[in-house]
Design a protein around this ligand. Structure first.
Ligand SMILES: [Zn+2]
Length: 205
């Protein structure tokens, strides 16, 4: 791609760093911004800047939040004896949209994946074990996608939790194997949480 402007080229190069955005799409987006009033670009830059600088991770569940304790953890009407283990905020959003779950969450920040160099210490597993060790958690629901990495992560956490008196369950797999949780429809996902099965049973299949 030949550019008549270095400024334009730099903007396109930065935009093209985003996932799913190729050079041609990046050019289209940048040219769109150029046609709009300058204030629109300023609002975009301002929103990204504020997000990057001010965003927090809930000290309890590690979900993305604007405050130290997220709205879900801070809500006294949530059942704090049940904790649903998920990969990231998209899973929290998907499960919340079902309206079927009243417990709390624990956001791992990823899955164990040796190929990608992600080990247990790169995730918030120690913090989850700590929550369980404190004794207020009675049930852990695994809701990671059913990939090899998801299964590996579930099993690792299951082993870590064995010394504690906590029930472990996994969401029923109405969700297609290998399908990401965020793409499951709300009814299926809601039903799979209600019909969750003991984690040990999922190991036998
Ligand atoms: Zn929280």
């Amino acid at each position: 791609m030949e550019f008549s402007s270095k400024l334009l080229e730099n903007a396109v190069a930065e935009m093209a760093q985003l996932p799913g955005v190729g050079k041609r799409t990046a050019l289209r987006l940048v040219l769109h911004l150029l046609k709009q009033p300058e204030s629109q670009t300023e609002r975009l830059v301002g929103a990204l800047h504020a997000m990057r600088n001010e965003i927090k991770f809930c000290k309890k569940c590690h979900n993305i939040s604007d405050v130290i304790l997220c709205d879900i953890c801070a809500n006294p009407r949530r059942e704090d004896e049940t904790v649903c283990v998920v990969e990231d905020i998209r899973d929290v959003m998907a499960i919340e949209s079902t309206g079927q779950y009243k417990g709390l969450y624990h956001v791992l920040g990823g899955k164990i994946s040796p190929i990608d160099g992600i080990g247990p210490s790169d995730l918030t597993i120690a913090s989850l074990v700590e929550r369980v060790a404190q004794g207020e958690v009675k049930e852990i629901i695994f809701a990671l996608s059913s990939t090899i990495e998801g299964d590996t992560t579930n099993f690792y956490i299951f082993k870590q939790l064995e010394p504690y008196n906590v029930v472990t369950s996994t969401i029923a797999r109405g969700i297609s194997v290998g399908g990401e949780l965020e793409y499951a429809d709300e009814v299926t996902l809601g039903r799979s949480i209600i019909n969750r099965i003991p984690f040990e049973n999922s190991l036998k299949s």
